[in-house]
Design a protein around this ligand. Structure first.
Ligand code: RFL
Ligand code: PHB
Length: 392
């Protein structure tokens, strides 16, 4: 048994937990990040690829942007396609803003690598984590590492432990409301060291459903296709997937699809989910612990960053003024942005995917919407300002 104390216990070393830990440390607030997985596991998860200004701004503010500034690809636009119609959304011209392509994996690696020099302690392989007394002013977290059970006493707990973590469940059911929408398909993704087929992302719909051409660099591509939830990764030998991607992108992309061995392939289900409340006593939820968006529109990681933007402000205010009031505004500010990102991701998912119960009428509605979009600067602006991220 061991006993320790910190000001803020942060559960989870995904982007939310790591960004929050660095932001608090930069203000002299003591915190410890507790992570269930190994460092290698956390650093090798392939997930998001597109960062909004809210996320890159946090990296700039922390002074942890050196590699990102060098390696990230600035995107001035992206494309929506249906069959052989390609509509370019010029996000820079329409909003004055851009997004960058920089993998979540790289962001996570940068934040973990900088932890020792910033004296941010990350405890990897913290097992059996449990939260205690979250509605008192003396909450604590227990966990086991190398067979030793530790009690970490703290002032505040930040639940940044993703969709499957324990933090959300520490809030009594009668105090919460959950909103869930599940989609009848998943995304099968492939990462490969081949040049991208197009200089900007293409989100494509068509009679065979959704496909996305994305990238990590000029030499690394990331593609996804829509698959039924019953499909297994074993159903998709690499050649079958490349055949499908060629069929989808060769007619509309600048360079055509280049095949190569998969570095990673995985299937992820799509859901929309919001958990209200994001605060219970001294426990605060941030990122995927409180909400999920389908990946269409690339909002998940960026929402984790905007939550942390608001939460770090609230916690810093609490310590500077010794005032609980500082933390009252967190959930209202965070939820207002979350619901708008939920709306955008849901509407783009509906526009760009085939649904099993979709009839010819619904298909024509999708085609008409894209046709309208191709001719309407007003609608393009609405899409562009959501894609680059609404203001924080
Ligand atoms: P994470 O990244 O899931 O991190 C949570 C961490 O908590 C740990 N944990 C625990 N630690 C201790 N004790 C426990 N009992 C624990 N239980 C869990 C986990 O091991 C993990 O390390 O949540 P966070 O930080 O909120 O970050 C959210 C993002 O990871 C997520 O929203 C994005 O990846 C979503 N997403 C995308 N977001 C974007 O903004 N742009 C994109 O282009 C984009 N593409 C994607 C995506 C997610 C995908 N998948 C696989 C879900 C593409 C895909 C395919
Ligand atoms: C990715 O590159 O992984 C990616 C890009 C855009 C999305 C989702 C995922 O909307």
């Amino acid at each position: 048994m061991s006993a320790r104390r910190t000001q803020v216990a942060i559960i989870g070393s995904g982007p939310a937990g790591l960004l929050l830990g660095h932001l608090l440390k930069a203000e002299g607030i003591d915190c410890i990040v507790l992570e269930r997985q190994t460092r290698e596991h956390v650093e090798s998860r392939i997930r998001a690829g597109v960062l909004e200004t809210v996320t890159t701004d946090l990296m700039h503010r922390l002074g942890l942007d050196e590699r990102m500034n060098r390696e990230a690809m600035v995107e001035d636009g992206f494309n929506l396609a249906d069959g052989d119609m390609l509509v370019r959304i010029d996000i820079k011209a329409l909003t004055g803003k851009t997004v960058v392509v920089y993998g979540q994996t790289e962001l996570t690696r940068d934040l973990i690598a900088a932890a020792p020099q910033r004296e941010l302690e990350i405890v990897f392989e913290a097992q059996d984590l449990a939260l205690h007394d979250v509605d008192s002013d003396q909450p604590s977290v227990t966990y086991t590492k190398d067979g030793v059970v530790t009690t970490l006493a703290c002032d505040l707990i930040a639940g940044c432990d993703g969709f499957h973590g324990p933090s959300r469940r520490a809030i009594p059911a009668h105090l919460v409301r959950e909103y869930m929408h599940e989609y009848p398909f998943g995304w099968l993704g492939i990462l490969a060291d081949v040049p991208p087929c197009h200089d900007e992302l293409i989100y494509a719909n068509g009679p065979r459903g959704f496909a996305l051409a994305s990238m990590r660099s000029t030499t690394r591509s990331r593609y996804y296709i829509q698959v039924p939830l019953t499909e297994r990764i074993e159903d998709w030998p690499e050649d079958r997937l490349w055949d499908e991607l060629e069929g989808r992108f060769n007619g509309i992309s600048q360079h055509g699809v280049t095949r190569g061995p998969a570095l990673e392939m995985s299937i992820a289900p799509l859901r929309s989910y919001v958990f209200e409340t994001m605060r219970h006593g001294r426990l605060f939820l941030a990122g995927d612990a409180a909400h999920i968006v389908p990946p269409t529109g690339a909002k998940g990681l960026n929402l984790a960053a905007s939550d942390v933007h608001y939460l770090s402000d609230a916690i810093i205010g609490f310590y500077r003024r010794q005032d609980e009031q500082a933390m009252l505004g967190y959930q209202a500010k965070a939820l207002s942005r979350i619901w708008k990102a939920e709306r955008f991701s849901w509407s783009l998912t509906k526009l760009m995917h085939s649904f099993p119960d979709q009839g010819p009428f619904e298909r024509r509605m999708q085609m008409a919407e894209l046709d309208y979009l191709s001719r309407s600067p007003a609608m393009q602006t609405a899409i562009a300002e959501n894609y680059v991220g609404l203001p924080v």
